[in-house]
Write a protein that binds this ligand. Structure first.
Ligand code: NDP
Length: 339
């Protein structure tokens, strides 16, 4: 497999803890990092042993020795940073949520199409072997007609991340954009088109959050399939899970809504209950990067395309609006024009 030469836009925690190690395990080269703060960029580059640091994104995206840009800045900045990378002719792997609104998100898809570059979104969960197996089972009819999905994704936000996510709405904070968007990346793949959402959010954590830190939602997908999500920053010991209940059987997956390649998948139907053998426990970020680099090389789709990312965002935005308005909100998955 061809390895890529990367520029990192955003000196983030997820890059340091997940993506840089995965890039290095795959033999990719990390050429440069940019951060809004020059001193922080330099310190981060030293810590991560990245040769070049800058606070000027143009100085990074214009380099000839970079093939692709990984964007992990604040959510608000994914849009302008993707446009800059695409304009410089660089392939883009962007963190989720892809943007803060659908017009920006679709404009990112269009900009990458126009520039002829690959646009991937780093939703790790669809890269997990557990989720790939669940998708395959559902598509193969193992549960019959899907009727309902339950997503258990209430976790405790680590103290080191209890910063902008809890208070900075302008940066793109909040549970729907942070966690529900991950649920949507998984469930959209299982069920197809999301139709509408209702939701309720609360502030229940110890940190005086400026916005909801726990949200439950109910979504309706095409064909009147109902989906329930529990997403939170406040719950430390629930474990995570995904259940798909259909006319002929149920899939019960535990510990699968996480960053680790763990979890069990059970299939229960009229013949009894069995656990599926899932030998592939590869790191999901490696799978995402490997698929992205194959997309660049072979001109095929990455693991999660820009359009997949936009449609996951559409669900998260509808949940956010439903929670704040108390109303049932339609989920808009078709392209929208720029404002
Ligand atoms: P961080 O809080 O670690 O970083 C966000 C930004 O904060 C950085 O990009 C950096 O700005 C700035 N920053 C952080 N520390 C400092 C500092 N000491 N001094 C100056 N600036 C600082 O964010 P996360 O890593 O948690 O999230 C980044 C993105 O990744 C988000 O979009 C998030 O949704 C996504 N994410 C995805 C995950 C996944 O599994 N796919 C998991 C976790 C996060 P600058 O950009 O200017 O460098």
């Amino acid at each position: 497999m061809k390895t890529l030469r990367w520029g990192l836009v955003g000196a983030s925690d997820v890059a340091a803890t997940r993506v840089i190690p995965a890039m290095r395990r795959l033999g990719h080269e990390i050429v440069a990092v940019s951060s809004a703060t020059a001193a922080y960029a330099a310190e981060y580059a030293r810590r991560q042993q990245i040769p070049f640091a800058t606070s000027e994104i143009d100085a990074l995206v214009s380099r000839d020795d970079i093939d692709a840009i990984y964007i992990s800045t604040f959510n608000r900045l994914h849009h302008p940073h993707t446009l800059s990378a695409a304009a410089a002719g660089k392939h883009v792997l962007c963190e989720k949520p892809v943007a803060l609104n659908l017009a920006d998100a679709w404009s990112m898809v269009r900009a990458c199409e126009t520039a002829g570059v690959v646009f991937g979104v780093n939703h790790h969960l669809p890269c997990a072997a557990t989720h790939r197996e669940i998708s395959w089972l559902v598509a193969a009819g193992a549960v019959g007609q899907p009727l309902g999905v339950r997503v258990f994704h209430a976790v405790r936000l680590p103290d080191r991340l209890a910063t902008w996510r809890l208070k900075d709405l302008a940066a793109g904070a909040g549970v729907p954009l942070d966690i529900t968007v991950h649920d949507a990346a998984v469930v959209n793949r299982l069920l197809g088109r999301p139709m509408d959402a209702v939701a309720l959010g609360v502030r229940q954590g110890p940190w005086k959050a400026a916005l909801d830190d726990a949200v439950m939602s109910v979504l309706r997908y095409e064909g009147d399939v109902v989906v329930q999500t529990h997403d939170a920053f406040t719950v430390g010991h629930a474990g995570t899970g995904l259940e798909v209940h259909g006319s002929e059987g149920s899939i019960i997956a535990t510990d699968v809504m996480t960053q680790e390649p763990i979890g069990r998948v059970l299939l229960r139907d009229a013949s009894g209950e069995r656990e599926l053998d899932i030998p592939d426990r590869r790191d999901m970020y490696e799978v995402s990067l490997e698929a992205f680099s194959r997309a660049v090389q072979e001109k095929i789709a990455p693991a999660v395309t820009g359009v997949d990312g936009v449609r996951a965002l559409a669900v998260a935005l509808a949940v956010q609006e439903a929670a704040s308005s108390g109303r049932r909100v339609p989920i808009v998955t078709e392209p929208v024009a720029e404002d």
